[in-house]
Ligand binder design. Structure first.
Ligand code: NAD
Ligand code: ZN
Length: 376
C-alpha cells in the first residue's frame, strides 16, 4: 500500500510499504478515507525527536472498516469510523478512569499509545491506504454512514477533542474570560470549545494573520504578539487583572518574539496573562528530554518555568495528552445536531501524493495552510 514515510528532517515521501493487516483477534483493518497532518507531526518532521527514517506518520485517522478479527464484537465491515489518536486498551486502571491518553497496557513505561508517533508504541500511522486498529471495539467511534460531515468528523481523531480537553484542563466555565496562546488548529479548537462551554470573552494570541482572522471569525478577540506585548493587550481588556483561565496550545516549539533572544516559554507568559488563582490548561507539547539531542527550546522548556511566580499567584495547571475518548462521542453528537462545525479550520484536502508539499507548506505556516486533510 502507499503511505507517507519519514526520511530525514524536512523530508517525507510517498512510498509503497508493507500492507497493514490484522495481527490480534481484537484488531480491525480500516480503509483510510481521511488522515490529517497535525502540528504534532511537525516535531518529528523538523527532526526534534528520535523518529527513524522509514516510519509511517498519521495519527488523525478515519475511514471504512474493511475487516475485523474474531474477537471484535461491535464494529463490522462497512462501518464508517474515526479513531482517537490514542491507542488504548479500555481495561487498565487509567482507561477505566477515562484517561485513555495514558493507557497502561499498550505502551508500557511511556505515557499512552498513538498511531505513527515516536515513543508512543509500535503502531503504524494512517497517512496510508490502510490502518490496523488495535482493541477495535474500544478504539473506533462509529459515525453515520455516507459522506456527510467528513471533514468535521475527521477532526474528532485529535484536534477537536484536544481543544476541548484544553478547556477541561483549564476548567473553563460559563461567563469566564480565557486566553488561548497559539492559533494553530489546536488553539483554534480550544477557543471554539471555550465558546461551546459558554466563555464570555476569548482571546487568541498568535502572529499569523490568517490564523488570527479565523479566530476573529468564530467570535474570539485576536491578539497579535508581534505588534505589541500580548500580556499588556490582554490586561488592558480585562480590567488589568488578566483572564480567568489560560490555555497553552503552542508547546516547546514556541517561536521567538521580535527582539527576544530566548525561545519564549508560553507557560511563563500565561502566568502573567492569567489572573491570580486562575487555572491554566496545557495541551501544547513539552518533552521530558529531547531524544534527538538537546534542542534549545526543549532545554528552556525544562529549566525556565517560573514556579515562584506560579506559586505567588496561587495558580493551578493541568497538562498532557488529550483523552480523546472522553469527549469524542459528545462532540460527534454536537456535529450531528448542527451545534458544532469544527471544519472551519480545514484549509486543504489533498491526495496522499501531495503529502510532501503539504508538510512543507504547513511546516512553514505559509499563509492559508491551516489544516491539511490527506485523502488516500
Ligand atoms: P501549529 O504548530 O501549527 O500551531 C502552533 C501555533 O502557535 C502557530 O500558529 C504559531 O504561529 C503559534 N505560536 C508560536 N509561538 C508562539 C508564541 N510565542 N505565542 C503565541 N503563539 C505562538 O500546530 P497545532 O496543530 O495547532 O499544534 C499545537 C501544539 O499542540 C503542538 O505542540 C502539538 O504537538 C500539540 N498537540 C497536543 C495534543 C495533545 O493531546 N495534548 C494533540 C495535538 C497537538
Ligand atoms: Zn494530532
Amino acid at each position: 500500500m502507499k503511505a507517507v514515510v519519514y526520511q530525514e528532517p524536512y523530508s517525507v515521501t510517498v512510498e509503497e510499504v508493507t500492507d497493514a493487516a490484522l495481527q490480534d483477534p481484537t484488531d480491525a483493518l480500516v480503509r483510510v478515507t481521511t488522515s490529517a497532518i497535525c502540528g504534532s507531526d511537525l516535531h518529528m518532521y523538523e527532526g526534534r525527536t528520535g523518529a527513524k527514517s522509514g516510519m509511517v506518520f498519521g495519527h488523525e485517522n478515519m475511514g471504512i472498516v474493511e475487516e475485523v478479527g474474531p474477537g471484535v464484537a461491535t464494529v463490522k465491515k462497512g462501518d464508517r469510523v474515526v479513531m482517537p489518536f490514542n491507542v488504548a486498551c479500555g481495561f487498565c486502571r487509567n482507561c477505566l478512569a477515562g484517561k485513555t491518553g495514558f493507557c497502561l497496557t499498550v505502551n508500557r513505561g511511556f505515557a499512552g499509545g498513538a498511531y505513527g508517533y515516536v515513543s508512543m508504541g509500535p503502531y503504524t500511522g494512517g497517512q496510508a491506504e490502510y490502518l490496523r486498529v488495535p482493541f477495535a471495539d474500544f478504539n473506533c467511534l462509529r459515525l453515520p454512514p455516507g459522506e456527510e460531515h467528513e471533514d468535521d468528523f475527521a477532526l474528532l481523531a485529535d484536534i477537536f477533542p484536544t481543544g476541548y480537553h484544553a478547556t477541561e484542563l483549564a476548567q473553563v466555565s460559563p461567563g469566564e474570560s480565557v486566553c488561548v496562546f497559539g492559533a494553530g488548529p489546536v488553539g483554534l479548537m480550544a477557543a471554539y470549545s471555550a465558546m461551546l462551554r459558554g466563555a464570555a470573552k476569548v482571546f487568541v494570541v498568535d502572529r499569523q494573520p490568517d490564523r488570527l482572522l479565523l479566530a476573529e471569525q468564530i467570535g474570539a478577540i485576536p491578539v497579535d504578539y508581534s505588534t505589541a506585548d500580548a500580556v499588556e493587550q490582554i490586561r488592558e481588556q480585562t480590567n488589568g487583572d488578566g483572564t480567568d483561565k489560560g490555555i497553552d496550545a503552542v508547546g516547546y516549539q514556541a517561536t521567538v518574539a521580535e527582539g527576544e533572544e530566548q525561545p519564549a516559554l508560553v507557560l511563563n507568559t500565561l502566568i502573567e496573562a492569567v489572573r491570580a488563582t486562575g487555572t491554566i490548561g496545557v495541551v501544547g507539547l513539552y518533552v521530558p528530554e529531547d531524544p534527538g539531542g538537546p534542542s534549545e527550546s526543549a532545554k528552556h522548556g525544562e529549566l525556565l518555568f517560573r514556579v515562584g511566580k506560579f506559586f505567588e499567584k496561587g495558580l493551578r495547571m493541568g497538562t498532557g495528552q488529550a483523552n480523546v475518548k472522553a469527549y469524542n462521542r459528545q462532540l460527534r453528537d454536537l456535529i450531528i445536531a448542527g451545534r458544532a462545525e469544527p471544519s472551519f479550520v480545514v484549509s486543504h484536502r489533498l491526495p496522499l501524493e501531495q503529502a510532501p508539499e503539504a508538510y512543507d507548506q504547513f511546516d512553514k505556516r505559509v499563509h492559508g495552510w491551516t489544516k491539511v486533510l490527506l485523502k488516500p
